[in-house]
Design a protein around this ligand. Sequence first.
Ligand SMILES: Cc1cc2nc3c(=O)[nH]c(=O)nc-3n(C[C@H](O)[C@H](O)[C@H](O)COP(=O)(O)OP(=O)(O)OC[C@H]3O[C@@H](n4cnc5c(N)ncnc54)[C@H](O)[C@@H]3O)c2cc1C
Ligand code: SF4
Ligand code: SF4
Length: 456
Amino acid sequence: MLDVGRHPNIELRAFTEVDKVEGESGDFKVTLRKKARYVDEAKCTGCGACVEKCPTLVPDAFNEGLGNRKAIYSWFAQGIPSTHTIDPGYCRVFNGKKCGVCQKTCQAEAIDFEQKDQLLELDIGAIVVATGYDVFDPSRIPEYRYNELDNVVTAIEFERLLSASGPTSGHLDRPSDRAVIAEIEDLKKQVKKGSRLLANQEKKYEEKSPDFYAKYKAGEYPEDKERQKWAGQYAEQLRLQERLDALEKKAAGFKTAKKLAFIQCVGSRDHRFYPFCSGYCCMHSIKEAIIAHEHDPETQTTIYGMDIRAVGKGFEEYKVRGGNSSNISYQRARIAEINQDKEHNPVLVYEDTRARKIRREKFDLVVLATACAPNRGNKELAEKLGIDLSRYGFFQTSRVNPIDATRPGIFVCGCAHSPIDIPESVAQASSAAARAVQSLRTLEREEKQKEVGKAS
Ligand SMILES: Cc1cc2nc3c(=O)[nH]c(=O)nc-3n(C[C@H](O)[C@H](O)[C@H](O)COP(=O)(O)OP(=O)(O)OC[C@H]3O[C@@H](n4cnc5c(N)ncnc54)[C@H](O)[C@@H]3O)c2cc1C
Ligand code: SF4
Ligand code: SF4
């Protein structure tokens, strides 16, 4: 990515989408929409002072909603260009409230609430579609209860939890435990606010709240509205403190997830959704289990699937090494359902297809290896580009030249075409670039031949 950013012949247009494509191979007129960031890229130094001061917290999409970001943000730390963006869906100014803190904080004067989307028209010879994939939504499989059970996560969510720059700094804190910690933080704030209110009352009546409350409960001050209010505030404070104490006691017993289950082929090789194999998920599950074990050698993982597809140089050896050195066991099984016990531990009910037995097993955390689904924007983009999609919603390519889309001058690579892993995507991207150059050279040659023909 850094190399692309620095390359003299590559112009990177981030936060920009294709609006319209006209013309033909060798002579496309492409209209791009550069979306408003409300931050002037040329002025923003990327210092992040605005982010620090912004008061608005927003679920962080880069961390799959497992953490928060601010209403002014950078998508991720190493992003290019190193600039910031205001999210108008959440920013107070765009929602009719008073703020502008970022504008006051920014010494580079980069904040521009008046910025508009810009339309740019470019002359383009060839187009490569590399828009990737979307993660299959596992809530479509009701028996896995993804939306109901806190400790059932997707592989991409698990990767964010495992990442040192993620919401848990790489610790495998369980989502159910994180929800309790978040409630504790919220309760602490409420208790602090309640203490301030009680301190005011205590000052006014020169009496401590517990002493006053004992008298109030004994029937004193029946007509005193102000003291009734104080009694209500104190009773609420007792309720909050009790809940806080109980949650803190519970949280003292929290441990990071050590017993992990991965369920393979979630949406893949399943005729209800995508009948094909997504290709990369067996290997990323093994990788994630190995990394989890590197973080904590007590980690034990079971990978449940029909089979493990370790197709590629050294992949089978990697799988075996995971089993021998990283506490991974591979279980041939079909998962019937996921339940949970009182402690929010997911319980798998499955058929052990080797032993032909129905079994139940409890885990700390279950990870769903979700299918590679076509990007949600494929239909709209295909219409703009005038190219076809396959029956599953990926971009259709020629059987003869598998990089060529269904319109001359447009090429497809990576998961925009079908599920493939990173090395294959990179190789395909090189092929697509080469095919694009080849198509332009062919057009140039044909043009020259026409001119020579005309001249002779
Ligand atoms: C949990 C998980 C772990 C994985 N781990 C590995 C691994 O360890 N090794 C491995 O080899 N593979 C791994 N993979 C697979 C890997 O993610 C894919 O092979 C790879 O991302 C495909 O690259 P791509 O460039 O085709 O698509 P993507 O990585 O999806 O990139 C597409 C880009 O296009 C952008 N885009 C989309 N639509 C538009 C539009 N209309 N206009 C402009 N831009 C657009 C997107 O924002 C995105 O940046 C993993 C996959 C998952 C789900
Ligand atoms: S104006 Fe919007 S982005 Fe700026 S600090 Fe306020 S809420 Fe955050
Ligand atoms: S790679 Fe493995 S988990 Fe993914 S679809 Fe294929 S068999 Fe299933």
